[in-house]
Design a protein around this ligand. Structure first.
Ligand code: GL7
Length: 829
């Protein structure tokens, strides 16, 4: 910090920073000023993007004073800070959320109206920051919202990708990817701080040296890059708090490669430097299936090293005794992506701050905790020793030493059981030497948690079994949650108004109060109003879809929603088989078309660009949709809609309109799910397996208000152990056979049988996620859905009970659980 001490004398410079007046006039004045002096246009020459940016700046201006205060307080106070380390934050649009948090929605709407502007037009131009893939990234965004709302000192650390999750388009029903240039029209919500950049090093060698009689190791890196922080405001809801989300961007240093430079190739040396800027260029689009690419490891180390250095240098007071670090910080590892932070903190403590290894390790173990978000073995990150050693040679040495000492501990506890040693080693040997990041996190973390009860149990019983035996107290559960501000209050204003009228306004920060709606489920008048809200949400969604060039929704249709990443374990194929079977039943006369419940099947899903099978499934959904929706024999009873580029913004329109929530993963595969919570909270009934958080949803809403089907996790294991032969299910169930045969016949591919052949044979001969085994149970459950929907009164009653009993799934509750079980941090007063 080399700013000279200022000695201002002007009275304005001495006064505290104050927000603009919280009135229509105050807002209008600030807005026009920002339009003129920041955008450089007058109202009459401004376009809608100018107006949007000026509006965003205005909202920011109101939050600024609180932000200054909170950061000063964070630095001054002795409270523990939660540092959430996450490679992804799937934020969604910011404008409405920040208006709501700051209580400015009405004032802003009126001030703009008086300027002749409809605020809705400005809402539409905001491009959401899509800095995440799916559930894991969106969870991080919910958590920072809840932490701010609960006045917990917290910093979200991550990466400011220049390109977020790709934009999806369809050509002939097939996914194509386009870059997400979200920053192109300006980014009014963040603040660059180049003066606070950290230098992050890579590669090179290590050497030992004599430090006044002590032998120490130092890292002699080969190249480096600047990490420039961009700060975003994270306003709490109606509590005047503003926390910080600090996202790092890679910028070339001006230390040119002297060798190249002196050899006269100036341009080449600049090019080599700016190459490092690629680190924050693009978000990896794989959800649950990491690729082990070098750039990804660079990204991980880049943001974690910058965050740890930032915390120590800029958040802690000067001359802080690092022995006390665990009292001041907990670094929460959001999955394995930030786990390289463990050896990094060790390196800082041992090599730079010159602490003894044992002391440093004791500190490190208290400063980290690890959340695991998956059960799929292919999603557990491993890094080849070659790659890691090349990019981060000192870190590899540190990992080896951590592992050596850990394995000694294992021997002490369990004897020389070489099999056990091999199984628990942080270094795996097969198929090639690699670092198992989940194991490193488990060894280093003070706590390890899964994200739903079943998931945490399976972590203890299977994935991390030996570690759970060794350290039973290390393992805990925190079931995920979602923010009620964005996913109920903002996304569903009509239902929110109805709830507030019935229960008062407190539910937004105390979601368990929704229980009060239970009594109203039996009130015919309330049911009618609830149903009217659902109907109006469907009309709103219909307008949104129409504006995107999709067909509008039909009024009397059940809206059956499957929105999530496209992945085989989530089983979109099972959903398609249900659609095809119903269609086949109608056209063959097996089903009486008059008895079929009119339904719209609504999909939203992106596939990882390199995931061939997922892309084929997208193609199949679109192909089936086209045929089914157009076939006159179906008499408009079945519609399939698959709007492209599903994202947070679209989710906010779909979720409030949904009647049925499809949560149909194979039991034991979906760690939690969070879309399942959002849909139940908005009054959709779930059809689902006993998987992830579905288990807890069903327990809370009650069996009568949930359509359970499929094998349980132990049944899945048993069938698998038995030798699963999907073709037997195909032979046994006629409905299944007809559906698969229809796909195989080319009915959805203009008679071309080759198009979906790989998909069909995968189902018949492999079917890793056992769609065929659960098919008949799924169809039976769908029949129960139809019967239940026919009784509208009963359905609405169940929908109300779903809302009333979903309060548990607030991310505020999840934060309380993390605070009690893992973080032990307290709110600032
Ligand atoms: C996920 C899980 O698949 C999902 O079930 C969970 O809700 C989410 C948040 O905990 O984390 N794990 C994962 O790798 N991704 C997820 O969405 C990408």
């Amino acid at each position: 910090d080399n700013t000279p001490e200022l000695r201002p004398t002007h009275p304005l410079a001495l006064a505290p920073v104050v927000a603009p007046a919280a009135s229509v006039d105050g807002f209008a004045k600030q807005f026009l000023q920002n339009l003129n002096f920041d955008q450089g246009v007058t109202l009459s020459t401004s376009d809608v993007n100018d107006q949007y940016l000026a509006l965003a700046y205005t909202v920011r201006d109101y939050l600024m004073a609180r932000w200054f205060d909170d950061r000063a307080q964070q630095k001054a106070q002795q409270n523990k800070t939660v540092c959430y380390l996450s490679a992804e934050y799937l934020l969604g649009r910011q404008l409405d959320n920040n208006l709501l948090a700051a209580r400015l929605t009405d004032i802003a709407t009126e001030a703009l109206a008086q300027c002749g502007i409809d605020i809705d037009d400005l809402r539409q131009v905001e491009i959401e920051p899509g800095l995440g893939n799916g559930g894991l990234g969106r969870l991080a965004a919910c958590f920072v919202d809840s932490l701010a709302t609960m006045s917990i000192p917290a910093i979200g650390y991550g990466i400011r990708y220049e390109y977020g999750i790709f934009r999806q388009a369809f050509a002939d029903g097939q996914q194509i990817e386009q870059p997400d240039a979200w920053l192109r029209m300006g980014s009014p919500w963040d603040f660059a701080h180049p003066e606070a950049a950290q230098t992050i090093s890579f590669a090179g060698t290590t050497e030992t040296y004599d430090d006044e009689g002590v032998e120490r190791t130092r890292w002699v890196p080969e190249w480096n890059v600047l990490a420039v922080p961009y700060n975003m405001m994270v306003p709490g809801y109606h509590n005047g708090r503003v926390n910080t989300l600090r996202l790092w961007r890679a910028v070339a240093t001006n230390a040119f490669d002297l060798h190249t430079f002196n050899s006269g190739d100036y341009v080449e040396s600049v090019r080599a430097q700016t190459f490092a800027e690629n680190i924050s260029k693009v978000l990896y689009p794989e959800d649950s299936t990491p690729q082990g690419k070098e750039l990804r490891l660079q990204q991980q180390y880049f943001f974690v090293a910058a965050s740890i250095a930032d915390f120590i240098e800029n958040v802690l007071p000067e001359d802080f005794d690092l022995e006390n670090l665990p009292e001041r910080v907990i670094f929460q590892l959001n999955d394995t992506h930030p786990v390289i932070g463990v050896p990094e903190l060790m390196r800082v403590l041992v090599d730079e701050k010159k602490l003894e290894w044992d002391a440093a390790w004791a500190i490190t173990q208290k400063c980290f905790a690890y959340t695991c978000h998956t059960l799929l073995p292919e999603a557990l990150e491993v890094w080849s020793v070659d790659l890691l050693g090349r990019l981060l040679p000192r870190h590899l040495e540190i990992i080896y030493r951590i592992n050596d000492e850990f394995l000694l501990e294992v021997r002490e506890r369990f004897g020389d059981d070489e099999m056990l040693i091999r199984n628990m080693s942080i270094i795996g040997e097969h198929p090639s030497r690699s670092v198992r990041m989940a194991y490193l996190a488990t060894v280093a973390g003070s706590k390890v948690n899964g994200v739903a009860e079943l998931h945490s149990q399976l972590l203890r019983d299977n994935v991390l079994k030996d570690f759970a035996t060794m350290w039973p107290d290390k393992f805990t559960n925190v079931t995920n949650g979602v923010t009620p501000r964005r996913f109920l209050r903002l996304a569903n204003p009509d239902l929110s108004a109805l709830i507030t009228e019935a229960l008062g306004a407190g539910w937004t920060v105390d979601l368990e109060r929704l229980r009060g709606l239970e009594a109203l489920a039996d009130d015919a008048d309330f049911r009618e109003r609830f149903a009217a809200v659902k109907a109006s949400n469907k009309r709103r969604l219909s307008r949104v879809l129409e504006a995107r060039g999709e067909t509008p929704l039909s009024d009397d249709h059940l809206i059956d929603v499957m929105i999530k990443r496209l992945h085989e374990y989530k089983r979109q194929t099972l959903k398609v088989l249900h659609i095809v079977s119903t269609y086949e039943g109608i056209v063959t006369g097996r089903l009486d078309v008059d008895a079929v419940q009119p339904r719209t099947f609504l999909f939203g899903a992106k596939a990882a660009p390199g995931y061939g099978m997922a892309k084929r499934i997208i193609h199949l959904i679109n192909a089936v949709g086209e045929v089914v929706s157009a076939d006159e024999r179906v008499q408009g009873k079945l519609k399939v809609l698959y709007p492209a580029n599903y994202n947070v913004t679209l989710a906010e329109s779909i979720i409030p309109a949904a009647d049925l929530s499809e949560q149909i993963s194979l039991a034991g595969k979906e760690a939690s799910g969070t879309g399942n919570m959002k849909l139940a909270l908005n009054g959709a009934l779930t059809i689902g397996t006993d998987d992830g958080a579905n288990v807890e949803i069903r327990k809370l809403v009650g069996d009568d208000n949930f359509f359970l089907f499929g094998m349980s996790e132990p049944e899945v294991e048993a069938l698998w152990a038995d030798g699963y032969r999907p073709a037997e299910f195909y032979q046994r169930d006629e409905r299944l056979r007809s559906a698969i045969d229809l796909i195989a016949s080319g009915a959805f591919s203009d008679g071309d049988r080759t198009v979906f052949e790989p998909l069909v044979s995968n189902l018949l001969y492999e079917d890793r996620f056992m769609a065929l085994a659960d098919f008949s149970s799924y169809l039976d459950a769908q029949e129960r859905v139809d019967a239940a929907y026919a009784d509208q009164d009963g359905w609405v009653r169940s929908a109300i009970l779903n809302v009333a009993r979903s309060g548990y799934f607030s991310s505020d509750r999840a934060m309380r659980d993390y605070l009690d079980r893992i973080w032990h941090a307290t709110p600032v007063s």
